[in-house]
Ligand binder design. Structure first.
Ligand SMILES: *[C@@H]1O[C@H](CO)[C@@H](O)[C@H](O)[C@H]1NC(C)=O
Ligand SMILES: *[C@@H]1O[C@H](CO)[C@@H](O)[C@H](O)[C@H]1NC(C)=O
Ligand SMILES: *[C@@H]1O[C@H](CO)[C@@H](O)[C@H](O)[C@H]1NC(C)=O
Length: 348
């Protein structure tokens, strides 16, 4: 016994020790398990809460969007009449040197980020007005001053885009207009495009800024030329083409840097597609050209005749489908969207 008792003592102690370890681990297991349950309960209640939130939010969104939709749906708005009752005919245009952008904004409160839509009828066409621009702020102001009320009297859904050429490389009107077409279509599926010089102001609102079955040339005359067509086949200044017509001719050429040629190039493209240019009557297709000197950075393009000779061979590859540019900014101002782009420079 004397020998056994220390051994038995150890064994006995070991038994307690094993028991102790066992019970401790049972306790530990219970603790971990219950902890996890609490955690998982918490998680699942959080997801339910999120789900509930999402569902109610969706319901709310639905009720917000659905209700005005029902009130505003087109069937209640009838199509605007074929001839707008708001037209005034020939206008006396004014070009006040005291005119400010704020004044023009104040006169056109219904224009929002350059866009307008008649409130009482559904417009017959959605039209994007594209104005290539650089350093002609005064002309742009005069044009906006006259053009916004003019387009509203025609009961159009329209938006004005100013495409600003960044930098001081030679100006490229045609490429800017290609950019305008591509950028405007990102906002809305415009069915008609008006390619508009900044210095030409329409004098008669019967000159409709809408597209026809054929490409339309809107400037028959301007005060600077005694209101005569500059030459047979002239297709510059202000033109109107549908989205499809413009796509069909692959847009403008991108390679006319400086003044002249790009409008004749577009005419050739149109003629190659067997389309026929139409014009409104001479007494309504009248414009005032606001006086200016030739801009620096827009010198006469001496290569234009050579380029025009190549148009029938290159139009498929040079146009909308090859127009590369970098959009630097898109500013949505009250009266127009200012798209500023880097279109590169002429290759020497
Ligand atoms: C435009 O101005 C001319 C000359 O100032 C005037 O005779 C004519 O009545 C005016 N027209 C309109 C529509 O105001
Ligand atoms: C055309 O009218 C505008 C505005 O009145 C004027 O600045 C410009 O000098 C006129 N041009 C000609 C050739 O009369
Ligand atoms: C368009 O935006 C550019 C870049 O901010 C600016 O330099 C230019 O003056 C703007 N042009 C117009 C007509 O607003």
């Amino acid at each position: 016994m004397g020998f056994c008792s220390p051994v038995c003592k150890i064994l006995r102690r070991g038994k307690y020790f094993v028991l102790l370890i066992l019970s401790l681990s049972v306790l530990a297991w219970i603790a971990t398990f219950s902890g996890e349950t609490v955690k998982s309960v918490l998680v699942s209640s959080a997801t339910t809460q999120a789900l509930v939130k999402e569902v109610t939010l969706r319901d709310k969104l639905n009720s917000w969007t659905a209700a005005p939709d029902r009130v505003n749906t087109q069937p209640l708005k009838t199509e605007c009449p074929e001839k707008s009752p708001l037209l005034q005919g020939a206008l006396n245009l004014s070009f006040e040197s005291s005119l400010k952008l704020k004044d023009v904004e104040g006169d056109n409160k219904d224009v929002n980020e350059g866009e307008y839509e008649p409130s009482d009828c559904m417009a017959r066409q959605s039209v994007a007005i594209l104005i290539p621009h650089r350093n002609r702020e005064r002309h742009l102001l005069y044009l906006l001053h006259h053009l916004h009320p003019f387009l509203q009297r025609q009961q159009l859904h329209y938006a004005v885009y100013v495409i600003q050429q960044a930098g001081d490389a030679t100006f490229n009107r045609a490429k800017l207009l290609n950019v305008g077409y591509l950028e405007a279509l990102k906002d809305y599926s415009w069915e008609c495009f008006i390619f508009h010089d900044v210095d030409l102001v329409p004098e008669n609102d019967h000159n409709l800024y809408m597209c026809d079955k054929q490409p339309k040339h809107l400037v028959v005359g301007r005060n600077a030329t005694g209101y005569k067509l500059r030459y047979k086949g002239y297709f510059g200044g202000v033109t109107a083409m549908t989205k499809e017509q413009f796509l069909q001719v692959n847009g403008f050429s991108n390679i006319y840097w400086g003044w002249g040629g790009e409008d004749d190039d577009l005419r050739i493209r149109v003629e190659l597609q067997k389309m026929k240019i139409v014009r409104p009557p001479a007494q309504v297709a009248r414009y005032t050209m606001v006086f200016h000197k030739r801009d620096s950075g827009n010198e006469i393009n001496k290569d234009r005749m050579k380029l025009l000779g190549r148009t029938p061979h290159v139009w498929r590859k040079d146009g909308l489908n090859s127009c590369s540019y970098k959009t630097l900014s898109v500013e949505r101002l009250p009266l127009y969207v200012n798209v500023t782009v880097d279109i590169g420079k002429p290759q020497s």
